[in-house]
Design a binder for this molecule. Structure first.
Ligand code: SF4
Length: 433
């Protein structure tokens, strides 16, 4: 097989050659996540009526085009995730979250009866779609679907409970520059899709009953949504998210690992999360560099401030134990124009500084691969995302930082390793041993 210079296929070949320590599975997965995938009509689902699990839009759009420009994929949802195997690199099973981009060089299409992934016409892998889970075939007593109320991702491992579909950081001076949570809420509402702003606790419990009855693949749930700067239904952030955990743990004690993604709150609030039954806390710091943090996450800077955010992350380690505090950053925004670093070297150096800062305290960050959603400021200015080389190098750098600090892969993500990992929005778990 020959790499043609200047093509996407050529870029893949080049990076796979230059970074032999990173498995080809991870190189391809990162490129699919940063670029998105086009779907042939025959590779779309029949929404909730078919045998394939549809994309639930569990929090952000994670698409590279607005819903109105997705063509057939707006009517017939794409699958939630795809599993790739075989092809020229003999890929071991690799789970990739679906980000739709009708103009992507990557295409999933039916060829001679089976689904294949190709890039610019070159066949890359066999594609397996996630089966429709039995619990998606049932509805709540009020007619709501389990897919909307308690979708599962990571090939069924994680129940994703976005119980607040909006963020109270609002507008250009507060919303994170990469985040389309508020826009995504608006576009789903405009399209007439069911999309609940605040999920009633009873709905969540009823959906979990169905999952519990029909499924044994789920191992964790994540409670999340936007930041709460005032109150929701009279509750401040720790009590708002905490009430769901409390109800879940009361009804299903210890059935799943409970996680929450929230602001970095004062230690007393972190303790409240713990008391409500949460065992893993994700106070996401988004980007390490001081200047970039204030520009990219202005709401976090305004309401909490970077140094205080970091201090609270470390304080939370006293509450949960350092291994159970897992702040996320959005890999790639370090390089986003107009504010980002000029070179991959500088971006990697900055990110590693942040990794070592947290890891030296026993706290293990993790990352998702930036999806340049077009309605966000950073996505609009950087439709191609960050260079693939950054994403590939970051995987090796992350693995080295973990080893250097004597830490294990973070808990709550299933098994690590190529062919085994299920974490679908970055390949950090795929490259760990
Ligand atoms: S805190 Fe930032 S990333 Fe999180 S929902 Fe709000 S705007 Fe989005």
């Amino acid at each position: 097989m020959s790499a043609t210079l200047g093509t996407r296929n050529g870029l893949l070949e080049e990076l796979i050659d230059r970074y032999p320590e990173i498995p080809p599975e991870a190189v391809l997965k990162e490129d699919l996540l940063r670029t998105g995938i086009a779907f042939d009509d025959a590779a779309l689902t029949e929404n909730l009526d078919g045998s394939v699990k549809p994309k639930s839009y569990f929090i952000f759009s994670f698409d590279q085009k607005p819903l109105a420009e997705l063509g057939a994929a707006a009517e017939q949802r794409p699958p939630e995730e795809i599993a790739l195997t075989g092809g020229p690199w003999q890929l071991r099973r690799t789970i990739v979250s679906v980000r739709v981009n009708p103009t992507s060089p990557y295409l999933v299409a039916r060829v001679d009866g089976s689904l294949r992934l190709s890039v610019e016409g070159r066949d890359l892998a066999e594609v397996t779609l996630p089966p429709m889970p039995e619990y998606y075939r049932h509805t709540l007593a009020n007619g709501k679907t389990v897919m909307e109320t308690a979708p599962t991702i990571e090939w069924g491992y994680l129940i994703y409970l976005t119980v607040l579909r909006l963020c109270q950081y609002f507008g250009a001076h507060e919303e994170c520059g990469f985040c389309d949570i508020n826009h995504n809420w608006r576009q789903h509402k405009q399209a007439g899709r069911p999309y609940t702003g605040v999920k009633p606790v009873e709905d969540v419990l009823e959906a979990l009953e169905l999952i519990d009855r029909f499924d044994d693949a789920s191992h964790a749930y994540t409670l999340t949504g936007g930041s709460v700067t005032s109150t929701v239904e009279g509750l401040a952030e720790a009590d708002f998210y905490g009430r769901y955990a409390e109800a879940i743990e009361e009804r299903f004690p210890g059935r799943w690992i409970g996680k929450v993604v929230a602001q970095a709150l004062p230690k007393a609030d972190a303790q409240r999360f713990k008391d409500y039954g949460i065992s893993i806390y994700h106070p996401n710091y988004e980007v390490w560099d001081k200047r970039l943090f204030s520009l990219i996450s202005p709401g976090k800077q305004r309401y909490v401030g970077r140094e205080e955010w970091h201090r609270r992350i470390l304080d939370a380690a006293d509450v949960f134990g350092p291994a159970n505090v897992i702040p996320n950053f959005v890999a790639g925004v370090e390089l986003a124009r107009p504010f980002g670093f000029e070179s991959v070297d500088e971006a990697i150096a900055s990110t590693v500084e942040g990794l070592d800062y947290f890891m030296s305290h026993g706290v293990t960050p993790r990352f998702t691969t930036w999806c340049p959603e077009p309605t966000t400021p950073l996505g609009r200015d950087n439709p191609d995302g960050a260079p693939l080389e950054y994403h590939v190098r970051l995987l090796g750098t992350y693995r080295e930082a973990l080893a250097r600090n004597g830490l294990q892969p973070p808990p709550g993500y299933g098994e690590p390793g190529v062919g085994k990992a299920v974490f679908s929005v970055s390949s950090f778990m795929d490259v760990l041993a």
